[in-house]
Write a protein that binds this ligand. Structure first.
Ligand SMILES: *Cc1c(COP(=O)(O)O)cnc(C)c1O
Length: 451
């Protein structure tokens, strides 16, 4: 075992060390060579060291350099060294984080980490939280609590009796809600299309004045951090308008909630703390390994009402917090360990610096690309930059060219009908020099294509 772990650590070190200089995207040849994996399941066993070597030989070259400093695709982020190392140690512990009695150490860590997160996000003291796989499941989990609450107010137990015959629940979202939010709503039986969509402005912010009148059970899903522009719905205004009618306000803050941690950015998230529930990702801006999302619910007891199970063979928390009372899963990995490690290492100032610094990088991208004559389509208020290189086909060709060039990796999007390159800066590892090197490569690719 020790030799094998040393071997894995050595291979990981070599990989991480290679990222500063290798192309961000894997070569077509490396992706093509994945067919080496198409073999029959072996009849007999193979040496563990050989298996590790195969993995490294075949799969390492076919990875995207997401862990490196110049990956700006989607909204991802890397892994802080301390969170990666904590992940390795936790994997060795092999704790099943479902029950306090079975795994007190990691259950305890979660309580501590949740307390810190509530403080960082300035959420009400009563708030309860859950460690889940990501933003999609964090929205699902918080909205399950919302569903419980609004139907209970209407005299209906959705956990016991389901949705057939239940009082109808009005679900309101912004026109620019994240695609996965519709999936979460669908999983909850609300339907992906049954929702009321509120029009948005040119940054994707919900237009509060167009919120419909609300009667009966209702859930309003606001957004902190649009996945294209980084813009925030006016959550304070939304709460002002709908709380009178007893609606539940949920905030999808997959990455935007982290703005709360930065003195320079928290004004963007003003009023977010007035909501009833929140979802965010740790694997995006906190830079912990996948998978790691967080759900928060203000009203104590509501998450457990939606999530807890009762079974004679499972020990109760006996006064301690049983993690599985708050999550869709029973058995799961102890993902709170990495969240704790990242927060313990960064401290409040370190988190604020990580968030603030990456936003500074995004502004630098926007300034330099704009100075080079290219159009920035969004107000760069956070870590997201949308760039047009002219006609849609030209923008697509520049994006293809930069991905093939390999200096950095940026993705594509359609923003309110316009094709754009989307640059998202989330990684702890990105430096100003990485931004400048990436901008130079983007401009070179664009000029070569005549943009
Ligand atoms: C990324 C994202 C999600 C989905 O999160 P996953 O962790 O990928 O499941 C939801 N909402 C927003 C705003 C996001 O940016």
């Amino acid at each position: 075992m020790p030799d094998l772990l040393d071997d894995a650590a050595e291979r990981a070190r070599r990989y991480l060390g290679s990222l500063a200089d290798r192309k961000v995207a894997p070569s077509p040849a490396a992706v093509g060579a994945l067919t080496r994996l198409d073999e029959p399941l072996p009849q007999g066993s193979t040496e563990s060291a050989t298996v590790l070597q195969l993995l490294d030989e075949i799969v390492t070259p076919a990875t995207l350099g997401i862990a490196g400093p110049r990956f700006f695709g989607f909204v991802m982020g890397g892994s802080l060294p301390v969170s990666l190392a904590a992940n390795w140690l936790a994997a060795a512990w092999d704790q099943n984080a479902g029950l306090y009695a079975a795994t007190p150490g990691v259950a305890y860590l979660e309580v501590v980490a949740l307390g810190w997160l509530k403080e960082l996000f300035q959420l009400p003291e009563s708030t309860e939280g859950a460690f889940v796989t990501g933003g999609t499941m964090a929205n699902f989990t918080a909205l399950a609590a919302a569903r419980h609450h609004v139907l209970k107010q209407a005299g209906w137990s959705v956990e016991a009796d389901g949705l057939f015959g239940a009082p109808p629940v009005t679900v309101i979202v912004g026109e620019e809600a994240h695609p996965t939010l519709f999936k979460s709503l669908g999983l909850l039986g609300f339907g992906r299309n049954r929702v009321v969509r509120v029009p948005v402005d040119n940054q994707g912010r919900m237009r509060t004045e167009l919120l419909p009148a609300i009667n009966g059970p209702a859930i309003v899903c606001a957004q902190a951090g649009n996945v294209n522009t980084g813009a925030f719905d006016p959550v304070g205004d939304i709460c002002d308008r709908v709380k009178r009618s007893n609606a539940w306000v949920h905030v999808d803050g997959a990455f935007g909630l982290w703005a709360k941690t930065s003195p320079g950015l928290k004004a963007l998230a003003q009023g977010v703390e007035l909501a009833d529930s929140w979802a965010t990702d740790a694997h995006k801006w906190l830079n912990v390994p996948y998978d790691s999302g967080l759900a928060f619910v203000r009203e104590p007891g509501t998450l457990p009402a939606a999530m807890a199970i009762a079974a004679a063979y499972l020990p109760s928390g006996s006064g301690q917090r049983n993690p599985s009372d708050f999550t869709p899963e029973l058995s799961r990995r102890a993902r709170g360990v990495e969240v704790w490690a990242a927060l313990r290492s960064l401290g409040k100032e370190g988190v604020a610096d990580l968030v603030g610094r990456t936003c500074g990088h995004a502004r630098r991208f926007a300034e330099q690309l704009s100075a080079a004559g290219f159009e920035i389509l969004n107000d760069v208020v956070l870590n997201q930059v949308l760039v047009s290189f002219g006609a849609p086909e030209m923008t697509d060709r520049v994006i293809e060219a930069i991905q093939a060039d390999g200096t950095c990796w940026c993705g594509t999007t359609l923003w309110q009908g316009r094709r754009a390159m989307r640059i998202s800066v989330c990684s702890w590892a990105t430096t100003t020099a990485d931004v400048d090197r990436s901008v130079a490569a983007i401009i070179r690719c664009a000029r070569q294509l005549g943009a």
